[in-house]
Design a protein around this ligand. Structure first.
Ligand SMILES: [Zn+2]
Length: 397
């Protein structure tokens, strides 16, 4: 009972409770926020009264994501709802008299940094899973190295070391782990990788080429950058911007950022006319507020990198013509500017000095981990706090 109370306070930030029921539910495929309000008998004006940023964010709710709904003790009146829109921010609906208040609030989580080393027995992927029980971490490790390192012909006894960050929510891993620095040996020769300003570099500061996208527009300026969460001091509200905005004249051509297949071409609430393209390696790009699509651009069509798919416009919730460009990896929004080729491949000047200092510190950490055989944290240990929610939990007042 105490645990459940803590959970409710943690999730809903409430201190006084009458009897209530909390359900954890998966967000249905194809459900829009507006539909959701409709299905649950909540006023549609909640959506229509939102400003354009919040309306855009309502299009970011991912199918399958867990949301929480708190009802009164007989389950008939919805008191509060929490719907995550990304790892950092969530929609909070709170009942007030006959209506609901809409607010964006941060998702509470902790972040841990862990460091470990291990000897390769079978493969880096399998060995990391065996040592940590963390499949996503193993995946992130291989992903980070895959463009600069050949995983074949590794020898048993070669070693690897990793510094990574993991978010925890309710004692469970949350979102994707981030590799901050890593080392892998091949026949005892170490290869390093460092994350710096959202990109990966080798020891000499050369960018490790990943899957690179081109800019979706030419000669336009960035009017708004990517942020998972920021606090607006004037509005006193939390905001997020899950893409990059490029300001430009109506009719400016928009290019496919990489080869891929169109999986959506149509209208999408606050985003207006939208094209979504699926690319290899779990990437997806989104182009919003388009004036119109180029002829023939429809679902199922295969497009080449650099091909015109449509034109800049101001459809949906938009104050002026611009392209909102979103990039997603395995369904999660990531910073497009980390993957679009906008800078030189090697870091120069002051930034280089800064990088080399940082890389030296991280390298020492990795070497230490190898020498001391630093053990990883296992996922099972992290999850031991066991504050998970039952499918339907009744809490007496
Ligand atoms: Zn935008």
């Amino acid at each position: 009972m105490i645990k459940k109370l803590i959970l409710l306070i943690f999730l809903f930030q409430i201190s006084v409770l009458n009897a209530s029921i909390v359900e954890k539910l998966p967000w249905p495929e194809g459900e829009s926020f507006l539909h959701f309000l409709d299905h649950h008998g909540m006023p549609q004006s909640i959506y229509w009264n939102l400003d354009k940023e919040d309306k855009e964010l309502c299009e970011e709710i991912r199918a399958g994501v867990s949301y929480y709904m708190m009802t009164d003790d007989n389950g008939s009146v919805i008191e509060q709802v929490l719907i995550p829109i990304n790892e950092e921010l969530q929609i909070h609906l709170v009942r007030e008299a006959e209506n609901y208040r809409f607010e964006m609030i941060p998702v509470a989580y902790q972040e841990i940094t862990d460091l470990f080393a291990l000897s390769i027995e079978r493969s880096p992927y399998q060995d990391i899973i065996k040592a940590t029980n963390n499949r996503l971490l193993a995946h992130a490790f291989v992903d980070a190295f895959k463009n600069s390192f050949d995983f074949t012909r590794l020898r048993k006894g070669d070693r690897l070391a990793v510094v990574y960050k993991e978010k925890l929510r309710l004692g469970r891993p949350y979102g994707l782990p981030t590799i901050e620095a890593a080392m892998i040996e091949k026949r005892k020769k170490p290869h390093y990788l460092f994350r710096f300003h959202d990109r990966y570099y080798d020891e000499k500061g050369r960018e490790v080429e990943g899957f690179l996208f081109r800019k979706p527009v030419n000669h336009v300026r960035i009017t708004s950058r990517f942020t998972l969460r920021r606090y607006h001091p004037v509005l006193k509200r939390y905001r997020a911007h899950l893409g990059v905005d490029f300001g430009g004249r109506t009719g400016t051509p928009i290019y496919a950022a990489a080869d891929g297949r169109i999986i959506f071409a149509g209208r999408l609430g606050g985003y207006g006319n939208v094209i979504k393209i699926r690319h290899r390696d779990g990437f997806m790009t989104l182009y919003a507020h388009m004036h119109k699509f180029r002829r023939g651009m429809r679902r199922g069509k295969y497009v080449k990198k650099g091909q015109v798919i449509g034109y800049i416009g101001s459809t949906g919730m938009s104050t002026g013509p611009h392209l909102h460009f979103g990039l997603y990896k395995n369904g999660r929004p990531i910073n497009p500017l980390g993957v679009i080729k906008v800078t030189k491949k090697t870091i120069y000047g002051k930034t280089r000095k800064e990088f080399l200092r940082y890389a030296a510190i991280m390298k020492e950490k990795l070497q230490n981990a190898v020498e001391t055989n630093a053990c990883p944290v296992r996922l099972d240990d992290l999850s031991r706090s066991n504050m998970c929610i039952d499918e339907k939990t009744s809490v007496g007042g």
